[in-house]
Design a protein around this ligand. Structure first.
Ligand code: OAD
Length: 235
């Protein structure tokens, strides 16, 4: 049995029209992350942070999975064992059909109540009330995503590390691989003997340890990955 793990970042959603964080046209070019994506920023001005998230939710709602997402869904269908670890919060991997997905940084459609702790999916877009209030207790809701300075969910993180250690093939797509602890995963996979494939139009810290580097956008690059998996007999 071949265990295939894919690890994705914002670059896989770029061709769906969702801007990446870093690099040209990246989101953080226009906004300072410490002003928006931190718990302190939220407590200072929940309305501002929610307005920003509401805009992103509207943009994501219009976005459709692209070729890169769809090939990953096809790989899950055909593989003996496949898990997708994503840093993205846009939910497009689910929309494309992937089911075994670990969302390291949360999901932009999920909210969490700061008063009663309930977590639920809230798809209303645009939001009628900003900041939105908990449907159970009326408390202040926050997006259920991981902000700068916050811990990742330890269970999800543990599982992501375990999957990376066990991977036979590890595919890295569209991540700058500079945000930790997520960026350790390809390194751990490689150290444990995985065949490492990178798809990214630009060089990253992963490029030098990868067995195969595909300098293409996710759509074209994933087609090549699919062929490689076929040639190797992994799927
Ligand atoms: P980044 O914005 O840091 O990196 C995007 C990567 O995608 C870059 O390496 C680009 O070269 C590449 N890229 C751009 N267009 C592409 C395309 N069409 N196909 C393939 N690759 C493309 O995004 P992440 O690595 O995901 O964290 O960033 C990691 C984390 O930083 C995010 O999850 C977010 C942010 O802070 C949280 O929200 C906690």
């Amino acid at each position: 049995m071949t265990r295939i793990v894919a690890f994705t970042g914002a670059g896989i959603s770029a061709e769906s029209g969702i801007p990446t964080f870093r690099g040209k046209g990246g989101l953080w070019e226009k906004f300072k992350p410490e002003e928006l994506a931190t718990p302190e920023a939220f407590m200072r001005n929940p309305e501002l942070v929610w307005r920003w998230y509401d805009e992103r939710r509207q943009m994501i709602k219009k976005a459709k999975p692209n070729e890169g997402h769809l090939i990953l869904a096809k790989i899950e269908e055909e593989a003996d064992y496949f898990v997708l670890i994503t840093q993205n919060v846009d939910g497009l991997h689910f929309e494309a059909g992937n089911r075994n997905v670990l969302e390291l940084h949360g999901n932009i459609w999920r909210v969490r109540c700061l008063s009663c702790g309930q977590r639920y999916y809230l798809y209303e877009t645009p939001l009628k009330e900003i900041p939105p209030r908990c449907q159970f207790c009326g408390g202040l809701l926050r997006p259920d995503v991981v902000w700068f300075g916050e811990m990742l969910d330890p269970d999800i993180l543990d599982r992501a590390f375990r999957e990376s250690e066990l991977a036979d093939v590890f595919i890295v797509v569209g991540t700058s691989a500079v945000v930790y602890p997520a960026a350790y995963l390809p390194v751990v996979a490689k150290e444990h003997g995985a065949f490492l494939i990178e798809v990214n139009p630009e060089e990253t810290p992963i490029s030098e340890i990868a067995d195969v580097v595909i300098r293409e956008k996710a759509g074209t690059g994933m087609k090549r990955v699919y062929e490689i998996l076929r040639e190797r007999g992994d799927i």
